[in-house]
Design a protein around this ligand. Structure first.
Ligand code: ZN
Ligand code: ZN
Length: 349
């Protein structure tokens, strides 16, 4: 397949206006894949020809996919999945809501050393010693049980907009950090029953094995994560113990689980919102929760600083970024992703 070289905004607009109904889903499986590169090529060809979009990671240890499939091609997609030996029995997790904008507008399939970046040395512990699964009903019992703890295995920006009632939500930016911290943070609860959860369940597979390895005897995890919890709660008429929104890793950035908004705007800290935005200033690009009033006032930037910066002449911006790269002083751009074309090298004659 030919590489699509159109700019990001153009690609996105094309998908928004194509009128094609899409089904957003995610799935993962820890399964031995002998030749990830060959599988990558096959998936690019297959999913590409079906008009699928999404982000898929393939590794020797398995596959992890978040994607959408045109409704009209669903049967072909499903038949391919069922006829591929590695994917047999893989459970699909369907999005709770499709949203106004498409979940993905391009197809990215990558070969990675691992399907989730966890920073663990898999040879140092038994990764197959995972905890048992919990159903939504059982999860609710854990939430109500004072002798049990419920632990959010996601990052702080995910748990901020939604989490289980009373859950322990570590203040971390990555799963890697979370795994490193978890045994210490949870040490005081070692005698208790532990229930883990994440978005779709994949992170808990590793996390439960890791905690068991670290001496937590009774560790279980929510099957299918928050996404499947929502479906089970609706199907079985169970009380919803997950408050707020579920952060999702696509253009939608979040899907409502209940009707409650529990988080506040990062700019005014007054208005409630569960909508994440990336700062309009490409150099900053920070993820922030924004209310409508603040977005209007700051034109979609995270701050006036970024609003002004983005209006500087390109040469000045480059200079600033070069200075930043050279000095690495703590500035406003704490988690900056610098434009490749703005590296110091490029400026040298
Ligand atoms: Zn605000
Ligand atoms: Zn910004």
């Amino acid at each position: 397949m030919k590489k699509d070289l159109r700019p990001r905004e153009e690609k996105k607009a094309a998908v928004i206006h194509d009128g094609i109904e899409r089904i957003t889903l995610s799935f993962y499986k820890y399964v031995k894949i002998a030749d990830p590169v060959a599988l990558q090529h096959e998936l690019v060809q297959r999913f590409g020809s079906l008009g699928c979009f999404g982000r898929i990671y393939v590794a020797h240890e398995g596959i992890n996919a978040q994607m959408n499939v045109p409704k009209a091609n669903w049967d072909q997609f499903d038949a391919f999945m069922r006829n591929t030996p590695e994917f047999v029995g893989i459970p699909y997790k369907f999005a709770v809501e499709e949203g106004k904008i498409p979940s993905f507008y391009k197809l990215t399939i990558k070969v990675r050393p691992k399907i989730v970046a966890d920073g663990l040395d898999d040879a140092s512990f038994d990764v197959t010693n995972t905890g048992e699964y919990l159903t939504a009903r059982e999860m609710n019992e854990y939430v109500n049980n004072p002798d049990a703890i419920v632990v959010d295995m996601r990052n702080a920006y995910e748990s901020e907009i939604g989490h289980f009632v009373g859950a322990i939500c570590p203040n971390v930016d990555t799963f890697r950090e979370e795994l490193a911290l978890a045994p210490k943070i949870l040490a005081e609860h070692k005698g208790k029953k532990v229930a883990l959860y994440c978005t779709g369940g994949i992170r808990c597979e590793k996390a439960s094995a890791w905690l068991r390895h670290n001496g937590f005897a009774d560790v279980k995890h929510l099957k299918g994560g928050v996404i499947d919890y929502k479906h089970q709660v609706e199907r079985e008429g169970l009380p919803n113990k997950f408050k707020g929104s579920n952060f999702v890793f696509d253009e939608r950035l979040g899907e409502r689980i209940g009707n409650e908004v529990i988080s506040y705007c990062h700019l005014c800290h007054t208005n409630k919102t569960d909508k994440y935005y990336h700062c309009q200033n490409e150099v900053c690009h920070v993820l922030f929760l924004g209310c409508e009033a603040c977005l209007k006032k700051k034109y979609g930037y995270c701050s006036y600083w970024c609003l002004v910066f983005d209006r500087l002449p390109e040469a000045w911006k480059k200079k600033y970024v070069c200075w930043y790269n050279a000095n690495r002083k703590p500035t406003h751009f704490k988690k900056t992703k610098l434009r490749a074309s703005w590296t110091i090298k490029e400026l040298k004659p």
